[in-house]
Design a protein around this ligand. Structure first.
Ligand SMILES: [Zn+2]
Length: 286
């Protein structure tokens, strides 16, 4: 199967892409949730790692192309690839090619945050912008925190994926909620990092949300299923309680950055208030 799948959201055509698979420690991915609970749904390998995908999203309307997240860092060498069990079975470039686009055709790259598994393809191995005609949109707080990492965040930020963009003046820095284009909102979703943002599309009575790491996979939908990686987990909980009810009520289509199987989902809530994310079948194919 090809991973590239499309939906129409009013005037927008959205395409779920993938930049390959990797693995992270299952315990770290589920924070305080015991392994006996999460491992039923997501079996771990013999190094206790669980499979994840890197899922950028392409948004098109008129002649404009917005790429939400650029992909997984590809300059880490063999040691990096082995530690994270990287499998480059697909790439963001092959996905763009499938819809007739090349890197030159991207007008905007939205950086939800600057971790290596989200902004890893912002810059080529030669230090050039991968998408040379794009502005890279990031929250001011995220850019600050990426440039001033501490002992617990340093491993997630790779300066080579963002410093060359600063030097070239290609970042568009925003603060707080920001209407990028009519119907395209950048929404601060603090918790995983303080400066993380998601993307909300609204058109023709439909809503689509790119959740960033507020909801890394479908299995993370219950409110306390919060990653150990989060810098401020209680803030994550508050952000979830603020937006999950809204996304259920709007019937929003959700795109998660790391679900290994499902490109489009919806959020539901059961009688006891437990959230679940369920697959939402694609309406059109490329
Ligand atoms: Zn991530």
């Amino acid at each position: 199967m090809t991973w590239v799948q499309q939906r129409r959201i009013g005037d927008f055509l959205v395409t779920s892409l993938t930049d390959g698979q990797f693995r992270l420690d299952g315990g770290a991915m589920y924070g305080t949730v015991p392994k006996v609970l999460w491992s039923r749904a997501v079996p771990a390998d013999d190094a206790n790692r669980i499979p994840l995908r890197v899922n950028p999203l392409l948004i098109q309307r008129g002649g404009e192309a917005i790429l939400v997240e650029s992909g997984l860092w590809d300059q880490g060498g063999e040691k990096f690839d082995a530690m994270y069990a990287v499998e480059r079975d697909e790439s963001v470039f092959r996905g763009l090619d499938a819809v007739g686009l090349g890197p030159d055709d991207i007008d905007v790259v939205v950086c939800t945050h600057l971790h290596f598994d989200h902004a890893g393809r912002n810059v080529t191995g030669l230090g050039e912008p991968t998408f040379p005609n794009a502005r890279y949109v990031v929250q001011a707080r995220e850019l600050h925190d990426a440039r001033h990492p501490h002992e617990r965040s340093r491993a997630s930020y790779v300066p080579a994926t963002f410093e060359p963009l600063l030097d070239a003046g290609l970042f568009a820095v925003v603060e707080g909620e920001h209407e990028l284009r009519p119907g395209v909102m950048l929404l601060p979703l603090p918790g995983h990092t303080r400066g993380m943002q998601g993307v909300v599309l609204r058109s023709g009575g439909q809503t689509l949300v790119y959740t960033a790491d507020l909801l890394p996979t479908l299995h993370h939908a219950p409110l306390p299923y919060i990653m150990g990686f989060d810098s401020e987990p209680i803030t994550t909980l508050e952000t979830r309680k603020r937006y999950f009810p809204q996304w259920v009520e709007e019937g929003a289509v959700l795109c998660t950055p790391h679900d290994p199987e499902v490109p489009f989902a919806r959020l539901t809530v059961g009688e006891r208030g437990t959230y679940r994310a369920v697959p939402d079948a694609p309406a059109v194919s490329p």
